[in-house]
Design a protein around this ligand. Sequence first.
Ligand SMILES: [Zn+2]
Ligand SMILES: [Zn+2]
Length: 77
Amino acid sequence: MATKLHRNDPCHCGSGKKYKNCCLEKDQSKLSSKLGVIGLVLVVILGIWLLAANFSSGNAQNCPAGTTWSEAHMHCH
Ligand SMILES: [Zn+2]
Ligand SMILES: [Zn+2]
């Protein structure tokens, strides 16, 4: 992270206004929307991971009766 701008420092956009009166709110909403995107990506990754877990456990259930799924061999024994 870059050095944090203080609320009473001149704004980084060069307007000459204090940061708190200028881009502070904009920057904060940008940050929170970025966090929202990260959260969304995590949810999608988790969903894909759960789907993949379901898929591989589905293989185990598809073994004929009396056989068990071998992770090492990737087929039923
Ligand atoms: Zn500004
Ligand atoms: Zn085998």
